[in-house]
Design a protein. Sequence first.
Length: 223
Amino acid sequence: MTRVDKVCKVTQEDLTKIYQSKKIKEKMEECSSRLGVPMNCIFPLKNYHEETKLNENLNCLMLEAFTQAVHSADDYVKTSMSEDNRYYISDPTLNDKIHCLVSVIPADRVTLMDNEVIQKMKEIRAEASNLKIPQLVFMTRVDKVCRMTQEDLTKIYQSKKIKEKMEECSIKLGVPVNCIFPLKNYHEEIKKNEKLNCLMLEAFTQALHSANDYVKKFSRRET
């Protein structure tokens, strides 16, 4: 649950009081009621927005949330892969399998990502590679690392800073640069942005092509 500083003035001044805030607790309860998600599965976070330097308290909140997400995913994989699980499929068909693995990483967080999270993503990637599953990375929030793209998204592939982030992401995860797609999030926009949509469409189209290629390749083996 992001942007908590927008609903609670206390956390704007001191993020360490985030779990003491009545307003944030109310928002968490509302979120829990609307989505049916337990309170202990909701993590209040603040976005990097106007900061010009690293914020240790903000990073700690994000790290806690990401670490819990990794642990939850790990627990899910362990239980779902167990033959004792009633949903376990001993002989999966092509329809039961993942056709494309897409990782989403914010460009302004690549350098800050915890090694434990990176290692877990690499392990998942390695397993996907063993299964011949195609892999892509959607690198979001590129406008946060490059002022030029804030003003003109058509220059996204001309930006040295974004290229550096793509290369850093490639080195950390082991994904080829041509499988990394820089994207901008809808955030402050109140109208549709054609340039932003084109970037998203390009990335999703490539994901669909990759998944389709996987299906074609393995459907021949099953026939």
